[in-house]
Write a protein of this length. Structure first.
Length: 157
């Protein structure tokens, strides 16, 4: 009997023992052969993408690059990218850390989730995000103030 067979036999014995005792943990922590991995539902994936989109929007509003965000939360650039695209799920602890770095409450990432039906960012929203990012990149505070005053004047016309 090889080592894998011995391990499987050992796990089977533990399952039988726990099941005989009426313990609900009979299969909970023991690996099983051929068990299919759980797949996320479409709704779960939509939520992951929504959270990622909100992370990206806020990062851009603050004028941060993905690399800067990654450095601030202690992950690689690739991981930050995967969070923003909804490819990798953000854990609760990591989401809390991201919220602190981006100066927003955790629930910010879930805002608009109920009324969103798979819509993409409109051209106007994209332009606003780009404007916010470019504004944050202006190094001269006087230039930022001048641009802000220009926007106020144009808005009142």
């Amino acid at each position: 009997m090889n080592q894998q067979d011995q391990i499987s036999k050992s796990h089977a014995g533990k399952r039988q023992h726990l099941a005989a005792l009426g313990d609900a943990r009979a299969d909970a922590h023991l690996p099983s052969r051929g068990a299919a991995p759980r797949r996320s539902t479409s709704r779960t994936l939509d939520i992951d993408r929504h959270v990622g989109t909100r992370i990206r929007e806020r990062r851009i509003m603050l004028g941060l690059t993905q690399q800067q965000l990654a450095d601030l939360i202690g992950v690689t650039y690739q991981q930050a990218h995967k969070y923003e695209r909804g490819i990798n799920r953000v854990s609760a602890g990591r989401l809390f850390e991201i919220a602190q770095v981006l100066s927003v409450p955790v629930n910010y990432f879930f805002d608009g989730l109920d009324d969103e039906s798979g819509r993409s960012i409109s051209p106007r929203e994209r332009m606003c995000l780009e404007l916010a990012r470019n504004f944050a990149l202006i190094p001269n505070e006087r230039h930022q103030e001048a641009l802000s005053q220009l926007a106020r004047v144009l808005a009142s016309v």
